[in-house]
Design a protein around this ligand. Sequence first.
Ligand code: SAM
Length: 178
Amino acid sequence: MSIHTPSSKGELRQKKSNKNEFVQLTRSPIYIVLDNLKSAYNVGSMFRLSDALLVSKMYLCGKTILPPNYKIKTTSRGTERWVPWEHRKSTIETVQELKEAGVYILCAEICSNSIDYKKIKPSFPVCLILGREYDGISPEVLDLADCIVSLPIFGMTNSLNVATTASVLLYELHQMTS
Ligand SMILES: C[S@@+](CC[C@H](N)C(=O)[O-])C[C@H]1O[C@@H](n2cnc3c(N)ncnc32)[C@H](O)[C@@H]1O
């Protein structure tokens, strides 16, 4: 195959481990908390991303749209079958529990005290928290953060899509673990 030829669907699938091998793989020391996400497409994108990076677990909190859901499946490509996940009623209690277990709490949000993503120095395991599309992470949850991280915006909008934010930050965190 030429290096310029994109892999076909079949070729991509052939490289994958079988189910038994896959469940034995060591997952990344990264957790994700979704704080009341209302877009099923965004939730699906998070599943696909979490599968790609072998995230340890996703916590879908509060009113976050849950599987099974057709719109989630559209963007997840069915990866909700492979990523450990759980619905929790309370974001704040979930984050408190993770914090008490020694997990570093990293909130993605643009705040006056946010740190640029290139400057963060989290310890692991880490939990990345992402906020609702319109109003962001709740202030009570932000208060629990060990660090608030932001991606710079140079254009006219004030924020990025939440799944886009997660992509950049998760690849950054993943690189720190390897
Ligand atoms: C669209 S934003 C929420 C709206 C935002 N608070 C506003 O005033 O426009 C949804 C979520 O995406 C994440 N997010 C979006 N852009 C971000 C950025 N530049 N830096 C860090 N997180 C960001 C945050 O987790 C945020 O809670």
